[in-house]
Design a protein around this ligand. Structure first.
Ligand code: IPM
Ligand code: MG
Length: 364
């Protein structure tokens, strides 16, 4: 089959990691007889440099015309890059938020799995790492603090800034349904994370989640406060199966979950709307400090490409092949710098970003 795939390479390490993932998709196409035609789409700092906007209307239209979009990362160093001297709505991140909102990508799935081969790179206690973990964070992506009204003004010479956190019951319901559906295909356990001891939006979150749960009696539901969840993630991550949470909490917890898998460079993600369309991106940032040096870890992007095959194109066999190839690469002792074992690096081969893509492709 022929598929149209948009590629938002973006900034920093974005171009390198998307190229590595594209190499892997090329191998999938060759092996399974598909063709993936690539349309590059500008977003983020590179779009600001080229057009003055972090995301143009043409770029949104182009993304909408694809079967799916694979993304690298956007943004630069927030203290030094000139992009961050622009007004907030002109900065790189505004492009990503606009894309999520315009395409209605409300469901962000971020699987965090500790590969047994990477136990040595896991920063947790050995006994905890030995138990392993396999969870998926289901993060609401188009509501909450990210999209509430915000303003900065001065009252009697004192500057004040306001952000608002709003959720309506429909926004909560649809993401809760996603979480329960996903749990059904996994270990049937949803942990809904909120701050219901303080926030009204969290109390509504709990109420609606319980209502949705009534349709999923086969799934276990528990509620956890976000501060406790941050602690439990480093204390006993094996307890989690599906973690359902709102936008801001999900942003923070997913970086934490990524780090305990060994590296931010391991966590893939899918942002989905009500259709088959999705935006697939690694959860890590643009890492401007290591950009262009061919040392970034492309595995999260490669695993995001696997999610793209699975969720948007329904190519499960091909997605399995990519995931197995990643496992095989790790079994073979091939590592980028960020996932090197802490000590005793025997029979380990350190590779760069490009070669990591080729090594995964070779094993498909
Ligand atoms: C993420 C990123 C984004 C977010 C930034 C780049 C706006 O951190 O995808 O987690 O906060 O959602
Ligand atoms: Mg984030």
């Amino acid at each position: 089959m022929d598929y149209n795939i948009g590629v938002i390479a973006g900034d920093g390490i974005g171009p390198e990691i998307t190229d590595a993932a594209w190499t892997v998709l090329g191998k999938v196409a060759e092996k399974y007889g598909h063709s993936f035609s690539r349309t590059d789409i500008l977003m983020g700092g590179c779009s600001i440099d080229a057009t003055g906007e972090p995301l143009t209307d043409e770029a949104i239209e182009s993304a909408k015309a694809q079967d799916a979009v694979l993304m690298g990362s956007i943004g630069g160093n927030t203290s030094t890059s000139p992009w961050y001297r622009l007004p907030p709505e002109k900065r790189p991140e505004a492009g990503l938020l606009k894309l999520r909102k315009s395409l209605g990508l409300f469901a962000n799935l971020r699987p965090a799995y500790l590969y047994p081969q990477l136990k040595e790179a896991c920063p947790l206690k050995e006994a905890t790492a030995d138990k392993g973990f396999d969870m998926i964070i289901v993060r609401e992506l188009t509501g909450g603090l990210y999209f509430g009204e915000r303003h900065t003004e001065s009252y009697n010479g004192v500057i004040q800034a306001t952000d608002t956190l709003t959720y309506n019951e429909n926004e909560i319901r649809r993401i809760a349904i996603k979480a329960f559906e996903i749990a059904r295909k996994r270990r049937k356990k949803v942990t809904s994370v909120d701050k219901a001891n303080v926030l009204d939006s969290s109390r509504l979150w709990r109420k609606v989640t319980e209502e949705v749960w009534a349709d999923y009696p086969d799934v276990e539901l528990s509620h956890m406060l976000v501060d406790n969840c941050a602690m439990q993630l480093v204390r006993d991550p094996a307890q989690f199966d599906v973690v359902l949470t709102e936008n801001m909490f999900g942003d923070i917890l997913s970086d934490e979950a990524a780090m305990i898998t060994g590296s931010l460079g391991m966590l893939s993600s899918a942002s989905l709307n009500e259709t088959k369309f999705g935006l697939y991106e690694p959860s890590g940032g643009s890492a401007p400090d290591i950009a262009g040096q061919d040392i970034a870890n492309p595995i999260a992007t490669i695993l995001s490409a696997a999610m793209l095959l699975r969720y948007s194109l329904d190519l499960d066999t091909e997605a399995d092949a990519v995931e197995n190839a990643v496992r095989q690469v790790l079994d073979d002792g091939i590592r980028t710098r960020d996932i090197l074992p802490r000590e005793g690096a025997e029979s380990i081969t350190t590779v760069g970003c490009k070669q990591m893509g080729e090594e995964v492709a070779k094993r498909i």
